[in-house]
Design a protein around this ligand. Structure first.
Ligand code: NAD
Ligand code: WQD
Length: 338
């Protein structure tokens, strides 16, 4: 089975390419290298012994996308990661986000008409729930008005697939990730944030590595036990494996509708201070931090109800926060040479 992975040299994509190769899928990667580098391809090869086919293609360019599909004899499934993902940047440059995330999926789906039976997996996000009324969050929780253009592109992506599913034009699964963290145990692949990291765990590891002076904790006055926000941090290798399980479900025709949606999280919420404590425990280092004002747009608490993924998809996160953070720290040390 030949699987196209768009954004397959990115953070979650590279871990998923590894998981696919380990399950003997034939993988072809498309990435424009806008948020990664070719070192991810080497990392994949070091871990698996296989270098997947790679095409440097920008999904915004329909003729390049079409040429890519023309070069392919067979595509049985697509896992579509390629997108821009910085929430703040999407507020200052919404056009970039609609152009890349919506233009990209449309060009991809257009080129994919050459392989009308190809199954489709879409990277969605728990951001579609906004601040959910009930915790843990089930897949039937209402979709809230998007808080950023980025979040809106995930909602629109799901809507495109939903309408195509109703018209029998696609068989797809949308996976709503909670907060992916960590790196492959080998430290051959991991997260490579450009510039100052916006996300908590890379900011923590960069601070401990000496690249940042201290962590700013965005608010300790939330209505949570320690006052800091709560999230569901999911280990990226567990997340990657869920994509393989979802793909196998579609390929074996076990899906119950043309578009299925699953939350991917651990079901356990952790506060910012608990993440800091976990980091200090695994690294043996004291993390300098200060409490500052809340960050605009942050929800108080979000963690997944995992029953649907556990029972219907047949997938469950195996690793806990401590393991995930230990791998994030190992990766940071490796790339900084410490
Ligand atoms: P990432 O930036 O590491 O990976 C995305 C990859 O896509 C990068 O390698 C980038 O170079 C590539 N890309 C971007 N635009 C492209 C284009 N026009 N053409 C070809 N390639 C392009 O991000 P990630 O964290 O691995 O996220 C993967 C997907 O998961 C994204 O769709 C993201 O929105 C979604 N997601 C991520 C998170 C998270 O916290 N990391 C949470 C929920 C959902
Ligand atoms: C986690 C917690 C911050 C940085 C974002 C996107 C979401 C999804 C995942 C793609 C929050 C706090 C953070 C820092 C801090 N991405 N924090 N100091 O905000 O849950 O989700 O990434 O779909 O759409 O919004 O993740 O890692 O940014 O923050 O105190 O320097 O850490 O306030 O409580 P978030 P995050």
């Amino acid at each position: 089975m030949r699987i196209l992975v768009t954004g397959g040299l990115g953070y979650i994509g590279a871990h998923t390419v590894v998981a696919l190769i380990e399950q003997n899928f034939d993988v072809v990667v498309v990435d424009d290298l806008s948020n990664t580098s070719l070192s991810a391809l080497d990392g994949i090869e070091k871990i698996t012994g296989v270098k997947p086919d790679f095409f440097e293609v920008d999904l915004r360019n329909q003729s390049d996308v079409n040429s890519f599909f023309e070069s392919q004899a067979q595509i049985d499934g697509v896992i579509h990661f390629a997108a821009s993902k910085a929430v703040g940047e999407s507020v200052t440059n919404p056009f970039l986000y609609y152009h890349n995330n919506i233009g990209g999926i449309l060009n991809l789906l257009s080129g994919l008409q050459k392989f009308p039976n190809a199954k489709f997996i879409f990277s969605s996000s728990c951001t579609v729930y906004g601040q959910a009324d009930e915790l843990p969050i089930t897949e039937s929780a209402p979709i809230k008005p998007a808080m950023s253009p980025y979040g809106n592109t995930k909602q629109i992506g799901e809507e495109i697939l939903s309408d195509m599913a109703k018209a029998d034009q696609i068989q797809a699964i949308a996976l709503r990730y909670f907060n992916p963290i960590g790196a492959h145990e080998s430290a051959e692949i991991g997260e490579l944030p450009l510039g100052v990291p916006q996300n908590l765990v890379p900011f923590i590891t960069q601070t401990a590595a000496g690249l940042r002076n201290q962590l700013s904790v965005f608010g300790a006055d939330y209505p949570t036990p320690d006052g800091t926000c709560i999230r569901d941090y999911i280990y990226v290798v567990d997340l990657a494996e869920a994509h393989v399980v979802a793909l196998q479900r579609l390929l074996s025709g076990k899906n119950q509708s043309n578009l299925e949606i699953f939350n991917l999280g651990t079901g356990k919420g952790s506060s910012v201070l608990e993440v800091i404590n976990a980091f200090e425990a695994v690294s043996g280092k004291k993390l300098p931090y200060q409490i500052v004002a809340r960050r605009e747009g942050d929800v108080t608490a979000a963690y997944a109800d995992t029953q649907h993924a556990n029972q219907v998809l047949g997938w469950k996160a195996k690793n806990d926060l401590t393991h995930a953070i230990a791998t994030a720290w190992k990766w940071e040390q490796k790339i900084r040479g410490i």
